[in-house]
Design a protein around this ligand. Structure first.
Ligand code: FAD
Length: 449
């Protein structure tokens, strides 16, 4: 049997890729060396663009109610409220969920893991590209053949190193501790992000779903005890008092920054997620960027296999610049927590969030002139709930007569309330606009691809 796609790694990016590929009718195999999905910790927020992608994937209604919407960020200094802001969410156009959805990575993995069958406790140990096919060897000696392979195998990606793809790491020598817990405190634990300004700005509180809260604590050294972390939290929050009621997860990570030089080998083997970009957690962009890689890639594989439309080379050319912009924005944020010329680190941090809001909300990401489709009402529903990830969508105005529409394009009629009324709009399966035609322009669809 020849698979369409073998995916190595069932973290969130591999799992979403497998789910989208399965939905697109592809024959897939996904494997992971770990025995089970993540139980707790790691990434904690889905941005507004990811929420739109979940809608395309048909996952939104299941995932959204589990999380906590959060759009405000406040600054506190020595127990005093300084400022509260949310303009970059409020100002978003064409979007009905203008906020982060705070939700642990483990919850997302659990939902996806239940929808697909993952082969576990087996590792990918070799890949060869032969006669336009990929031959994969697994740690149990099995050999599997596929048309394409996706390395969604995390920051230490075997696939990336096997093909010697350069991944030069920049280490800004910043270490974060992360603590998820239920707390006893008289500090107002509103569902908002709080950045604390003391000497620098080394503590931030992130609201989470359920009863837990998360603290990020910049430690500036590798070996530290939990008591040192708690002491930094107490210092930041004083004169309010805080103690842990129940600890859920405690971890640390040293910031590393890199983007792989290539995301593809001969347009047969691809990389996605942490396998091809790593950076600081500031701005919550790691998981979101990885999920967006999956959304950008899988329909292109489907279109190539089923309809011989070959856009595979655009995966790398579209996604590498995005990862570079994410490194710039998370890098500026993490450095602002430590270095400030004016001594107002938390204020500087918020300025950067405002300037880089396109990355942080996900809504500013675009591919050259291909921008996201704005969401708008269609009858009693919205266009994003009508888009189909396995097809292009042609949005029409009025009664234009359409002939010879290929099966990979669905047609939806807009009414006057649409911001695109009067035009004909070809939307990619991942909800970016491929082309806008004037109403009288001849629809030469086959010239578009
Ligand atoms: C300690 C830690 C804390 C973090 N905290 C945050 C945070 O607070 N906020 C945030 O936004 N992000 C955080 N992140 C980053 C976030 O978790 C990642 O961006 C996200 O997990 C990337 O998903 P992924 O699917 O690309 O990779 P991963 O989640 O790393 O998944 C890769 C999968 O591949 C499997 N695998 C690896 N090699 C092989 C092989 N050869 N064969 C088969 N399977 C293989 C692994 O077992 C794993 O399941 C953190 C990461 C770490 C490590």
């Amino acid at each position: 049997m020849i698979y369409d796609l073998i995916i190595s790694g069932a973290g969130p990016v591999g799992l979403l890729s497998a789910y989208l590929a399965q939905k697109s009718g592809l024959k897939i195999m996904i494997l992971d060396k770990a025995g089970a999905p993540l139980k707790r910790g790691r990434a904690d927020a889905l941005n507004a663009r990811t929420l739109q992608f979940l809608e395309l994937a048909g996952l939104f209604n299941e995932i959204y109610p589990l999380g906590l919407p959060c759009k405000t960020s406040s600054v506190f200094k020595q127990g005093q409220f300084v400022s509260r802001q949310s303009e970059w969410w409020d100002g978003l156009e064409g979007c009905y969920h203008k906020h982060f959805l705070m939700l642990g990575q483990a919850k997302i993995e659990k939902i996806l893991n239940e929808k697909i069958s993952v082969r576990r406790e087996v590792e990918l140990i070799d890949i060869k590209i032969k006669n336009d096919l990929c031959v994969c060897t697994l740690s149990n000696g099995e050999s599997l053949t596929s048309q394409y392979v996706l390395g969604a195998d995390g920051a230490r990606s075997f696939v990336r190193s096997h093909f010697n793809i350069p991944f030069p790491l920049n280490r800004p020598e910043i270490v974060w501790a992360v603590l998820d817990a239920e707390f006893d405190t008289d500090f107002p634990m509103n569902p908002e992000i709080v950045v604390f300004q003391s000497e620098t700005s080394d503590v931030a509180k992130i609201p989470r779903e359920g009863n837990i809260e998360r603290f990020y604590i910049r430690m500036d050294k590798k070996d530290f005890k939990e008591e040192e972390v708690l002491s930094k939290i107490r210092n930041a929050i004083a004169p309010y008092k805080i103690k842990i009621k129940r600890r859920s997860w405690f971890s640390q990570f040293s910031v590393k920054e890199s983007v792989a030089e290539n995301y593809s080998i001969e347009n047969k083997v691809f990389l996605a997620g942490d396998a091809c970009h790593v950076h600081s957690v500031n701005g919550g962009q790691g998981l979101n960027t990885g999920l967006a890689d999956a959304v950008n890639l899988i329909w292109k594989i489907q279109m190539k296999i089923n309809f011989s439309i070959d856009l595979l080379k655009t995966y790398e050319s579209e996604r590498i610049p995005v990862a570079k912009s994410v490194i710039d924005s998370s890098g500026a944020l993490v450095r602002a927590t430590k270095f400030s010329q004016s001594g107002t680190h938390a204020h500087d941090y918020m300025k950067i969030v405002e300037e880089r809001a396109g990355n942080i909300t996900g809504m500013g990401i675009h591919y050259k002139d291909q921008r996201r489709l704005l969401d708008f009402k269609v009858g009693s529903t919205r266009i994003y709930s009508l888009l189909d990830y396995t097809k292009y969508t042609l949005l029409t105005s009025g009664d234009s007569k359409l002939e010879h529409i290929p099966e990979y394009i669905q047609v939806i009629k807009m009414d006057k309330t649409s911001p695109y009324f009067g035009k004909t709009v070809l939307v990619r399966p991942d909800s970016y606009i491929q082309k806008i035609f004037d109403q009288n322009e001849e629809l030469k669809l086959n010239m578009v691809f």
